[in-house]
Design a protein around this ligand. Structure first.
Ligand SMILES: NC(=O)c1ccc[n+]([C@@H]2O[C@H](COP(=O)([O-])OP(=O)(O)OC[C@H]3O[C@@H](n4cnc5c(N)ncnc54)[C@H](O)[C@@H]3O)[C@@H](O)[C@H]2O)c1
Length: 261
């Protein structure tokens, strides 16, 4: 029997074949899970997500549009999922957004209110919004695992990460409060703090080149992380091997977070 046999869930955040969500879905399916996918509304976005999902060998995926910033879209995707699937064992939240203009060196103090709030809305509040909708479905499935993607810029100043660092701090804190409230339904909530990876979203972060350059020099493992390694950690956290872990932020970053200088 494979690790995730019989487990079915919903993955948010596949933009293309380089997305962290794609690596996560690849590892989940390789271990026997079935993944359904959501994508940003619009034909172009659907095509992009479909291509990303097909790149990992999933033919004819279940896809549904959702702008996670809209409650009605979230209601619709969870309702459509519930109509077509018999259980919900996991939700992968691998989405984030901040206006590129404010993700540049020296720009944090200039972040306008609207840009600050929209970064927190899409990158952090959406985890709460998804968990609330997942809860009854997971409860009926005997429990579940909710996972979100974070980054070390939530704890330490990483030049250029700026308002996204604020949003990741809110995400990690939301994860802990959700874990405390949903544990009684056997729902586990965790974040993976992934190392820097070149993706669509990270290309908007002013400091991404520096992060990718510094990690091999400073990390105990002397290299950058691969998407596959985050995917495998996600599979572990979704699986029953991770049944005792909730409210955790797990670093999958070649160890760079432990290094002071
Ligand atoms: N790439 C890195 O270096 C890195 C490191 C640590 C954590 N992360 C986190 O991993 C997650 C995935 O990012 P990625 O690097 O794979 O980039 P990505 O661009 O491949 O994925 C980001 C996803 O967010 C989605 N998204 C943005 N706004 C949305 C909205 N309103 N509604 C629904 N979806 C929306 C996009 O469609 C996209 O699929 C993010 O939370 C990111 O902060 C990335």
């Amino acid at each position: 029997m494979t690790l995730l046999q019989g487990k079915v869930g919903l993955v948010f955040g596949v933009a293309n074949d380089r997305s962290y969500a794609t690596s996560i879905a690849q590892s989940l399916t390789a271990n026997g899970a079935v993944c359904a996918f959501s994508h940003l509304p619009g034909e172009k976005n659907e095509r992009r997500t479909r291509k990303g999902v097909e790149s990992i060998g999933i033919a004819d995926p279940w896809l549904f549009p959702c702008d996670a910033g809209k409650d009605e879209d979230l209601d619709a995707v969870f309702a459509a999922y519930a109509r077509t699937h018999r259980r919900l064992d996991f939700v992968v939240h691998s989405i984030a957004f901040a206006e590129r203009e404010w993700l540049a060196f020296g720009k944090f103090n200039e972040t306008p209110r609207a840009a600050y709030l929209s970064a927190i809305d899409i990158s952090a509040y959406t985890l709460v919004a998804m968990a609330r909708r997942a809860r009854p479905l997971m409860h009926d499935s005997g429990g579940g695992s909710i996972l979100a993607m974070s980054y070390y810029g939530s704890e330490k100043v990483v030049p250029g990460y700026n308002v996204m660092g604020v949003a990741k701090a809110a995400l990690e804190c939301s994860m802990r409060y959700l874990a405390a409230e949903l544990g009684s339904s056997n729902i586990r909530v965790n974040t993976i703090s992934g190392g820097p990876l070149r993706t669509l979203a990270s290309s908007a972060v002013g400091g991404i080149d520096t992060m990718l350059e510094h990690t091999p020099q400073r990390a105990p493992l002397r290299r950058n992380i691969e998407g596959r390694e985050v995917g495998d950690t996600a599979a572990f956290l979704v699986s029953d091997l991770g049944s005792g872990i909730t409210g955790e932020n797990l670093y999958v970053d070649c160890g760079v977070n432990i290094v002071g200088v």
